[in-house]
Write a protein that binds this ligand. Structure first.
Ligand SMILES: Nc1ncnc2c1ncn2[C@@H]1O[C@H](COP(=O)(O)OP(=O)(O)O)[C@@H](O)[C@H]1O
Ligand SMILES: [Mg+2]
Length: 235
């Protein structure tokens, strides 16, 4: 079990007002699963993802990551978890505009390793997403889909076991979205645990399991059958 959430709640306090973003989440994810989290805007998807990624902590309840209660980790240990175990992909790419694709991908390595080694690893990550030939391009010189592939390469640079993506295709046309989903499918086929948020059914259909949220609760958890014609991407 790579991820186990037990009765997790999240309450945001804004002055006098309390927002109950998560109201008791139980969720277990095995290593190597490919999970889509779906639900209406405001249902708690991003809050859940931020907790899974150790960017935020539950108000109550427990989060076990690889069997370890993240509440027992200090800030340095949490930073290592975020950097090494988890790769993040966001809707808005979050690339540095003045840095080349290569430099953007290298960024998480900036404090570690030799210059040459960083470069080689960044190039290898760009290769995985099919963009080795765009290494010297600035984000503005790339299409939206290519920018998101750079962001995925950056997320992969430390070879994370878990890839978390919050609406990664939300800013993309359907063709670019399909390319991005093929990249996630491939990462999952290599054994990585992939959890992505989407509100589009055709994006969720790439996953093997769909978790549905409503008003801070999980209201559906469905394993998808392998439909004819789709076995190919799951082999
Ligand atoms: N930092 C925050 N401070 C206060 N309320 C928040 C914050 N983040 C999210 N919320 C609220 O928590 C609820 C769930 O939000 P969110 O997790 O972003 O949902 P989703 O990603 O499904 O759209 C919403 O009511 C939202 O307004
Ligand atoms: Mg959200």
């Amino acid at each position: 079990m790579i991820i186990s959430l037990q009765r997790v709640t999240k309450v945001y306090r804004m002055g006098e007002v309390e927002v109950h973003a998560l109201r008791g989440i139980d969720l277990e994810v095995e290593e190597g699963e490919f999970v889509a989290v779906v639900g209406a805007s405001g249902s708690g998807k991003s809050t859940l993802m931020n907790i899974l990624g150790c960017l935020d902590v539950p108000t109550t309840g427990r989060y076990l990551l690889q069997g370890i209660d993240v509440a027992d980790l200090d800030d340095d240990q949490l930073a290592v978890v975020r950097n090494r175990l988890i790769g993040f992909v966001f809707q808005s790419f979050n690339l540095i505009p003045r840095a080349t694709a290569l430099h953007n991908v290298e960024m998480p390595l900036i404090y570690g390793g030799q210059r040459r080694e960083r470069r080689d690893r960044a190039l290898a990550a760009l290769e995985v997403v099919g963009l080795a030939d765009r290494a010297q391009h600035l984000p503005s010189e790339l299409s939206g889909g290519q920018q998101q592939r750079v962001a995925i390469a950056r997320a992969l640079i430390n070879d994370p076991a878990i890839v978390l993506a919050d609406e990664p295709t939300g800013n993309l046309d359907s063709e670019s979205s399909a390319e991005i989903m093929q990249v996630f499918t491939e990462l999952n086929r290599e054994g990585r645990t992939v959890i992505l948020i989407t509100h589009e059914a055709d994006i969720a259909a790439y996953a093997r399991r769909v978790v549905r949220m409503r008003d801070g609760l999980i209201v559906g958890d469905e394993r998808l059958a392998v439909t004819p014609g789709s076995e190919e991407r799951w082999r």
